[in-house]
Design a protein around this ligand. Structure first.
Ligand SMILES: NC(=O)C1=CN([C@@H]2O[C@H](COP(=O)(O)OP(=O)(O)OC[C@H]3O[C@@H](n4cnc5c(N)ncnc54)[C@H](OP(=O)(O)O)[C@@H]3O)[C@@H](O)[C@H]2O)C=CC1
Ligand SMILES: CC(=O)[C@H](N)C(=O)O
Length: 257
């Protein structure tokens, strides 16, 4: 069934990707910073799903650690003495909210967000696309957000990059047997907002998606080779509105949360 590499595998959408992929009999390579949490997850997934799980702890904002993940993606399965299997699905999912104003906020936080949500997506997509096109098959799934269509500060700017980059990658990959998909969810119940200390109590339940549904829909769209995946009818409608609305109106709405 192939091997999938998931970044941000310890929580939220990434954790759900790991479980759904393992249940569908994929081996998985799990990437995040928290090595203990990754080891616990690996033990649970091996026991429950009987698939191979490789633990690859990495802080994607650190170039040397990012390189280790890129090197794993470059494995073709033909290297002498290396029994690791090539990755057939890359899920670039790791991310976090900057949760600060750009002007008064810490520059280090902004640079880290850029490294994790833009630079890592670029570097890992490059490594995966090279290996996958040489084998003539594979898929890359990059997690952006509906925020990509808003004027929501640097987080939205990073997600706009991921959306635009993935569309361009999908065009370049046409006819290679490799696909690129960008996932653009609205609010999802995960650890994302708690980690950032963002109060989301004003968002009504109708505005929320659940991770199992988002991930199941995203994986189905990857299988169909869909380029832009926006889960749920309500966020498809919101995205259509954001694309059609004049930009001054989008700016007037202000930040997305
Ligand atoms: N939740 C939401 O409302 C939405 C989320 N998204 C996007 O979905 C993706 C997943 O977020 P979500 O599941 O909600 O968030 P969570 O906070 O639940 O999970 C984030 C994951 O990213 C990992 N991570 C964070 N920083 C780094 C880093 N420097 N290096 C490696 N891994 C890192 C975390 O693991 P660890 O701490 O162990 O490193 C964790 O596994 C993100 O890209 C987010 O922007 C998009 C739209 C809506
Ligand atoms: C900005 C958010 O709260 C959210 N993670 C999103 O990307 O929609």
């Amino acid at each position: 069934m192939g091997t999938a590499l998931v970044t941000g595998a310890t929580a939220g959408l990434g954790l759900e990707f790991v479980w759904q992929l393992a249940t569908a009999r994929h081996d998985v390579v799990v990437v995040a910073r928290d090595a203990d949490r990754l080891e616990q997850l690996a033990a649970q997934v091996r026991a429950a799903a009987g698939v191979r799980v490789e633990v690859l702890p990495a802080d994607l904002s650190v170039p040397a650690e990012l390189e280790r993940v890129a090197a794993r993606l470059a494995v073709t399965g033909e290297e002498a003495g290396d029994d690791r299997r090539p990755v057939g699905l890359l899920v670039n999912n790791a991310g976090f909210a900057t949760a600060q104003s750009f002007v008064r906020g810490e520059l280090a936080v902004e640079l880290s967000a850029l490294d994790v949500m833009v630079r890592a997506v670029l570097v890992l997509s490059h490594a995966a696309a090279g290996q996958m096109t040489s084998r003539g098959r594979g898929a890359i799934l990059n997690v952006a957000s509906v925020a990509a269509l808003t004027a929501g500060g640097t987080y939205a700017a990073a997600k706009a990059y991921v959306r635009s980059f993935t569309e361009g990658l999908a065009v370049e990959l046409r006819g290679t047997g490799v696909t690129a998909t960008v996932l653009c969810p609205g609010f999802v119940h995960t650890e994302f907002h708690d980690r950032a200390g963002v109060d989301m109590t004003s968002v009504p339940e109708i505005g929320w998606l659940d991770a199992p549904t988002v991930v199941a829909e995203a994986l189905a769209e990857v299988r169909r080779g869909v380029v832009i995946s926006t889960p749920s009818v309500r966020y498809k409608a919101a995205s259509a509105l954001l694309r059609l609305a004049p930009r001054f109106a989008v700016r007037a709405v202000g930040k997305y949360r």
